[in-house]
Design a binder for this molecule. Structure first.
Ligand SMILES: [Zn+2]
Length: 470
């Protein structure tokens, strides 16, 4: 049988702020365990939360970047559940009145509707070691936004590719807007996926199965395809889908039941009596809108139209904000969009593949690119130079001079070498005169390059040789 697939996403992202959501503890990844804690985020009795307005501002920024309506009044509620990583036994979250409602994100040719973005606090982290479990409360109270797509509205995401495109674009928008760093391996962006199947064309939704906290986009892609196939098989055999939460095991490449509907939690949400309603003024929204940096879609247009880059180079450069920012910085110093882009899409990206950072200053990089364009250094020598000064404080120009790799065609030395080669290879020169075979000319160029130890510019040597011979 043929089925329509409906995929919904819930995406959590930790906001970029100085301090936590309801206390003044640092919002910082990687500090020693339980060093960024206080009575509020540890949930000690009597401690009162105070809202960090910056977290609200960041949530609004995320909403505006995705075309959301901003509620002028938002409410914090308590989501009650017991788990060791949640010291208060409730999480401050939003249910009835979130900050952002009704947004959308363009995924390939579809505008995927998004129901909401709400602000909440993150929980602590459990660390299991041998037969001991430890708790780090540093993450407790870190501001977190949860985005929920609206699978009740058309169009739906229907494939793993669409879901990954959604997450990739969302991550890019959050990073460019300065809302969140979204480093997946640090757990700063986490996604839950829910999937249901229905007979093709049917209006009625099938039973939803949820998969929680899958780490990494590749794993999410696999988990979605696995779940679609699993449900197809059950339905084809005349079975029924059980509403449940499943856990994806990426090593085994399969998922298993975590809990079924019968024992799913009832969170007993109610407004938090310790926190006032959040009022958001038109002025505040306008200010945030005015200070919004350029987002990926707009930037892409600029790269294509103003810089004349092709779609591939544009996407590759935009995919990493550090690369994209530095690319534009370089253009401010040397406006050759295509030539500079070429260095970023090959040499720079190759060196930061797998999570590295750019370890060369823009002045040095621009000097190298310009030197190649102006034929002062051969491309291969320039690549070696780039590797040599990468991650050091060396100056490109000084280093090029020190290594003696700068070409200088006007120097008498090159003319001398040229004459010497013509004399030594007189027979070959005669042969070229009669046959005009380009291979012979190339051989002569090679001889000159060898003698000059590559310092000459091959193209110019070739032209000068032709002049001299003819
Ligand atoms: Zn605290």
């Amino acid at each position: 049988m043929q089925y329509d697939v409906v995929i919904g996403l819930e995406v959590h992202a930790e906001l970029k702020t100085e301090s936590k959501c309801f206390c003044s503890c640092k919002n910082e990844y990687g500090s020693s365990p339980n060093s960024n804690c206080c009575p509020v985020c540890m949930g000690l009795p009597g401690a009162l939360p105070v809202l960090n307005r910056k977290a609200v501002e960041q949530t609004i920024r995320a909403g505006l970047a995705l075309g959301f309506e901003i509620n002028r009044t938002a409410i914090f509620e308590r989501k009650n559940y017991f788990y060791p990583d949640l010291s208060k036994a409730y999480q401050i979250s939003q249910l009835e009145k979130p900050i952002c409602i009704n947004g959308h994100l363009r995924v390939f040719d579809k505008d995927i509707p998004i129901n909401r973005i709400h602000l909440e606090e993150d929980a602590g982290k459990l660390i299991h070691q041998d037969d001991v479990s430890m708790i780090d409360y540093n993450r407790c109270g870190v501001p977190l936004i949860e985005l929920v797509t609206d699978a009740l509205k058309e169009p739906h995401m229907e494939t793993a590719d669409e879901a990954i495109e959604f997450l990739t674009k969302l991550r890019q928008i959050y990073i460019y807007a300065g809302v969140a760093d979204c480093e997946i391996e640090k757990g700063q962006m986490r996604a839950d996926v829910n999937i249901s199947l229905k007979p093709k064309g049917s209006k009625e939704f099938g039973t939803k199965v949820e998969m929680k906290n899958i780490m990494g986009f590749k794993a999410i892609h696999r988990a979605i395809n696995y779940e679609i196939e699993r449900q197809k098989e059950i339905l084809d055999d005349g079975g029924e889908i059980v509403q449940e939460t499943r856990k994806w095991d990426n090593d085994k490449g399969e998922s298993f039941t975590l809990r079924t509907k019968e024992n799913s939690e009832d969170y007993r949400y109610f407004p938090d009596p310790d926190l006032l309603a959040v009022n958001i003024s038109d002025d505040e929204i306008k200010q945030i809108k005015d200070s919004m940096p350029m987002l990926p879609d707009e930037m892409k247009k600029k790269y294509l139209e103003e810089y004349g880059l092709n779609e591939y180079d544009t996407d590759v450069i935009l995919a990493d904000k550090e690369v994209s920012d530095m690319y534009r910085d370089c253009l401010k110093m040397y406006f050759q969009p295509k030539s500079v882009a070429n260095w970023f899409t090959t040499e720079i990206l190759a060196r930061i593949k797998g999570g590295g950072t750019i370890q060369i200053g823009k002045e040095n990089l621009v000097w190298i690119i310009r030197a190649v364009d102006e034929k002062k250094i051969r491309r291969n020598a320039a690549k070696d130079l780039l590797s040599y000064i990468w991650g050091t404080n060396l100056n490109a120009e000084q280093e090029a001079k020190r290594q003696g790799i700068m070409a200088d065609m006007s120097s008498d030395l090159v003319f001398e070498v040229l004459d010497k080669v013509l004399l030594e290879k007189a027979q070959v020169v005669e042969q070229y005169k009669s046959e005009q075979d380009p291979k012979i000319l190339n051989f002569l160029v090679g001889q000159v390059m060898k003698e000059t130890r590559g310092k000459a510019n091959a193209q110019e040597v070739m032209e000068k040789l032709k002049d001299k011979i003819n």
